[in-house]
Design a binder for this molecule. Structure first.
Ligand code: BES
Ligand code: MN
Ligand code: MN
Length: 456
């Protein structure tokens, strides 16, 4: 639509300036020393929503970080889209690997470099600017509600409570989220699912104190060695996970579904070159696309124990620990999987050590119904601005609240992400393409337009 185009061309530079301002706020949810910044970020989001034309904008406190809510109801008879996003970000460390400050955004090679640029500030902000475009040009085709939270990167536990307590306020027809990736701007895709997650921590304890590794080494089990052996045993020679029962509920795709998934343009050589690896790794019998979308995995996120400081210290540590997560697929249940993991880890522990297993958080996998009108609206929106329809893909990451939107609010979710897998999410030098940002702002209004039209 020409009015949208004109409006966006006029305000292009301001849209970007405002995003950069948001990116300068270090809203790291995991680290309590950043709590004032998280709060400041919520205030900034509130202000921007108000300026864009939202009403009843409110910072909703929770037991953790606040949720920002706002809405614009133009006609209760029209459909309502609930836009979800998150203004919190992952910790920026290791800081020394950043080429510029994680919270001092710079634009290089047409990309915005900053923590949160793609995940998710740059993406949810497209919705704020798309909404502004429609509201300021009096062309809103439907009602919009915004719910932007501050704890996605730490599991969304308080948002789960909030949605249970605010069912009336959150009434809508569909949830729309931009917090995933596309294949590329040339080959747009739409994620049709997300994996679930089960996040565990294990601690292995050997002797009751750190010991001289010469005096006691050879006589006492080293918990670091034992932990490594236990972790290594959780994949077999085909890289299948060895926890009994782990695959019992995994939904296998039909031959046709697998063929459709693998038809997506994917360049393995480019993928390897981007990551600097000579060979890929994964579960035997499945392609890379399958291993990162429709198959469950088990990963060590961190491992520690003993002396890791400068120089050397000869010590047999008393304890060693690891943070281990599992990505889950339909129909795995994260609570069941967590319990299975715990039972297995306790069972394989030798008598020479004691183990403690704790569950951090989890979430269910999700699959988008591709026959839903909102999925069709998203496909048409992409067709309008990219010149071709999207390829359906499965996202490998997790947004645990999405399954709860369905369970608690009865709402389906559309995952219309504009990022790229190579945006360095959760890594140093996170980036988001300027073209992706502007393409998103251009595409989103069409989603609302088509969704309103198709819902009639
Ligand atoms: N935006 C990501 C999820 C994502 C990224 C989905 C790319 C699909 C493709 C989200 O912010 C995220 O990082 N989620 C966490 C889970 C959370 C419980 C910490 C994840 O996937 O590790
Ligand atoms: Mn995210
Ligand atoms: Mn994330």
């Amino acid at each position: 639509m020409q009015v949208w185009k004109d409006y966006q061309v006029t305000h292009k530079d301001r849209f970007l300036e405002e995003l950069l301002e948001l990116l300068r706020i270090p809203s790291v949810s995991a680290d309590s020393s950043f709590s004032p910044d998280v709060k400041a970020c919520a205030e900034a989001v509130k202000l921007r929503l108000q300026e864009a034309g939202a009403e009843k904008v409110e910072i909703c406190p929770t037991a953790g970080h606040p949720i920002v809510y706002g809405e614009k109801i133009i006609d209760p008879a029209l459909p309502t889209v609930l836009v979800y996003g998150h203004y919190d970000v992952q910790p920026a460390d290791p800081l020394e690997l950043w080429h510029s400050g994680p919270f001092e955004p710079v634009i290089k090679d047409e990309k915005i470099y900053a923590r949160g640029s793609a995940d998710d500030k740059g993406q949810f902000y497209m919705h704020v600017k798309a909404f502004e475009t429609m509201s300021k040009t009096n062309t809103l085709p439907c009602n919009i509600k915004f719910m932007i939270e501050g704890e996605e990167e730490v599991g969304s536990a308080n948002l789960g409570i909030f949605i249970k307590e605010n069912k009336e306020r959150l009434k809508a027809d569909v949830v729309l989220i931009s917090d995933t990736a596309m294949l590329s701007l040339e080959n747009p895709s739409l994620d049709t699912g997300l994996r679930g997650l089960s996040y565990m921590e294990v601690e292995v304890t050997g002797p009751n104190r750190d010991l001289h590794s010469g005096v006691y080494g050879g006589a006492v089990a080293n918990p670091a060695t034992i932990l490594c052996k236990m972790i290594a045993s959780m994949h077999d020679e085909n890289n299948h996970i060895t926890i009994p029962g782990f695959y019992d509920k995994v939904q296998e795709l039909t031959k046709e579904e697998r063929a459709a998934l693998n038809a997506a343009p994917f360049d393995e050589a480019e993928y390897k070159a981007d990551l600097g690896v000579d060979e890929l790794w994964g579960e035997k019998g499945y392609t890379t696309i399958e291993r990162t979308g429709i198959r469950p995995t088990l990963e060590v996120n961190g491992i520690w124990g003993g002396y890791t400081g400068e120089g050397s210290k000869t010590v047999l540590p008393s304890k060693a620990s690891a943070k281990i997560s599992m990505r889950l697929v339909p129909n795995q249940d994260w609570k069941e999987i967590s319990a299975m993991f715990q039972a297995h880890f306790e069972k394989i522990a030798p008598k020479s050590v004691k183990v403690k297993v704790t569950t951090h958080h989890g979430g269910s996998p999700y699959v988008t119904p591709t026959d839903h009108v909102a999925f069709k609206a998203a496909s048409e929106a992409i067709r309008s601005t990219f010149g071709k329809g999207p390829i359906p893909m499965r996202g490998g990451g997790s947004i645990p609240i999405v399954a709860l939107f369905e369970k608690e609010l009865g709402l389906k979710t559309i995952l219309m992400g504009f990022g790229l897998d190579s945006d360095n999410l959760h890594s140093p030098n996170e980036k988001y393409g300027l073209a992706n940002f502007y393409k998103g702002i251009e595409t989103i209004p069409y989603f609302h337009k088509y969704f309103a039209e198709m819902s009639k």
